[in-house]
Write a protein that binds this ligand. Structure first.
Ligand code: ZN
Length: 371
């Protein structure tokens, strides 16, 4: 076996012996590391840890522990160990983001071996899902959204051009003011529909399909409140939260099949996932991100960035903190938490001159009363 060891790189570090550290030369190979004149540690049997005292990176093997305080050591290990240690390395603090890329393969291999075990590795699983989604073309989002929208029964649409036009104007205004999103706003063909329903709600499907319920328009005290909600929904689309959730629910292998172009059966399944939750059941993290991005877009647009926060307060007054009938909010941080987060974002940003939407809000609302 000794002959099989191929050195990838050589570096210096220490060997821990009897509680003492002794400087040694380390030969790093694909299968493990060899201490010059000493023991060998196999990657697949190794544990990676940070030493609490001095932040040294420790590689703990069956027969020995080695390590180094050199920040470059991490990268050396990355180069040599390939995907073997990725999951462990990814969990270390202060990890450079370049690590994330290769973690995907390690994670896939892991699930290939024990596909049923993913519940014990949620962090690894989520990261792998994100990697999968990042490699999917955006056209998948559009196909998925189209499919879900076509088969969802949400109620009758309102065609009144004053009402629909008002929502379209909000989308148009906000669209130019999102920055650094996963999908660029100008690449999204926004499709708006207004649906007759008492729900004080709106939702977005992947690919830019936004549904606004008339209940939201009726209850909103200003057009900016609706725009705030729309900005939040647009952020879900731009950060691909829908397809991320689908990938989480239908599994990575279905996600891989999407990458490989086998979209038919998988899309059907994915469409069901979106439909069941009415495009509303995102994680807290996704919700907070959508609040933040939407708020920033509102502010840059010259609209009232606090309008989304005001809308949460309005809901809270009307329905209590976590209204059970509002799926959009029910699994999410409480209103007060969201309001606080929104306000602290606004405080940290430059405030441009307000540029109100050119809308007669009373007129928009009165159009709905006539129905
Ligand atoms: Zn949301």
């Amino acid at each position: 076996m000794q002959d099989e060891f191929q050195t990838f790189s050589t570096t210096t570090g220490f060997l821990v012996e009897g509680g003492q550290r002794r400087d040694v030369v380390l030969h790093l190979g694909e299968s493990g590391l060899q201490v010059e004149g000493g023991p060998r540690i196999l990657w697949r049997k190794a544990q990676v840890k940070r030493d609490d005292a001095d932040q040294a990176l420790l590689i703990i093997g069956k027969s020995a522990t080695v390590g180094s305080t050199d920040p470059g050591f991490l990268r050396e290990i990355e180069g040599a160990a390939g995907n073997e240690l990725d999951q462990q390395l990814a969990r270390l603090d202060g990890l450079p983001t370049s690590w994330r890329g290769s973690q995907f393969l390690g994670c896939i291999a892991f699930f290939g071996l024990i596909g049923w075990g993913f519940m014990s590795m949620p962090g690894c699983y989520r990261d792998a899902v994100d990697q999968t989604v990042d490699s999917l073309p955006y056209s998948i989002d559009v196909s998925l959204g189209e499919q879900a929208e076509a088969t969802m029964e949400v109620g009758d649409t309102i065609e009144d051009e004053v009402v629909v036009g008002a929502i379209e104007e909000m989308v148009e205004r906000l669209s130019d003011h999102f920055q650094n999103t996963d999908v660029a706003a100008e690449d999204v063909e926004w499709q708006i529909r207004v649906v007759k329903s008492d729900q004080v709600n709106a939702f977005a499907l992947p690919g830019g399909f936004i549904t606004v319920f008339t209940g939201l328009i009726e209850d909103a005290e200003s057009p900016d409140m609706v725009a705030g909600v729309i900005g939040h929904e647009m952020a879900h689309v731009l950060q691909r939260h829908g397809i991320r959730r689908v990938a989480n629910e239908i599994g990575l292998f279905a996600g891989l099949r999407l990458i490989l172009g086998d979209t038919g059966g998988v899309l059907g399944l994915a469409g069901e996932v979106m439909k069941q939750a009415a495009g509303n059941n995102y994680s807290q993290q996704n919700e907070s991100e959508a609040d933040a991005l939407g708020t920033k877009a509102m502010l840059r647009s010259g609209l009232d960035p606090e309008a989304l926060a005001d809308f949460f307060l309005l809901l809270k007054n009307k329905y209590g903190d976590v209204p059970s009938g509002l799926a959009w909010l029910s699994t999410h941080p409480g209103h007060d938490t969201r309001v606080e987060a929104i306000r602290s974002i606004i405080e940290g940003m430059e405030q441009p001159a307000p540029e109100p939407l050119d809308l007669d809000w009373a007129e928009v609302q009165s159009r709905l009363e006539k129905r």
